[in-house]
Design a binder for this molecule. Sequence first.
Ligand code: CA
Length: 275
Amino acid sequence: MLRRTVTTGRASARQARVKPWQSLRGPPLGRGTLASVTGQGPRILLVEDEVSIAEPFARVLAREGFVPTVVGTAAEALDAFERVAPDLVLLDLALPDGDGRDVCRELRSRSDVPVIMVTARGTEIDRIVGLERGADDYVVKPFSGAEVVARIRAVLRRTGRGTAATGSEPVTIGPVAIDPAARRAQLGEDELELSRKEFDLLVDLMRHAGTVVTREDLMARVWDENWFGSTKTLDVHVGWLRRKLGDDPAAPRFIHTIRGVGFRFATPEELDPSA
Ligand code: CA
């Protein structure tokens, strides 16, 4: 009840949640198979003209096992792309010499490198919603380093097989297993009977396990990319999904509610009783 007034809206909740780089000193985020311990991790091209964002974030990337290259303009981005051959590009939308979307299109014409767009909330978000599917994902500034690292890992996982980028690889977290290609889901040994939307929702949450997926992102990806209305249907479907997973909304094991922001699927570590 205390201080309820400070979280009056989504924007303020987000601001309260996001203190850039605050989580950097926390434990490492779900170590994936991608960040190899040998130091030859995935190469990330970070195209960002704001030094106050680029520099600390490059340090985060390095610490998390990636090999970052930072450039600040559209022209440098294209140049560095050829030089570095990055595994993923993190691309600011508003660059001093151009529009990140043009850079994205140009990169797309050259390769199928995964691209995550970075945008400032409020000013560019509406345009991003209608973004042609050139980018694989997007993040909104201000963001936490932990959140973006998790997104990078998710996109790399999703597109890791290179060519088709269908994101159809099976995912298992704790007792929950999904096989998007076969549209099958299991809880332990039991087959889950999920509706189409429930299944898509579960896939989206599990692919981003450990990070908060915003209500807007879920609506856009599972329902309609041009959704601007009520998100009540999302709560209804999350409720149904929880019931099928045997998840108690008051003390959920799998799907956690982040009030005013979205939902977060538990990490394997959280679901592993021996951890
Ligand atoms: Ca910028």
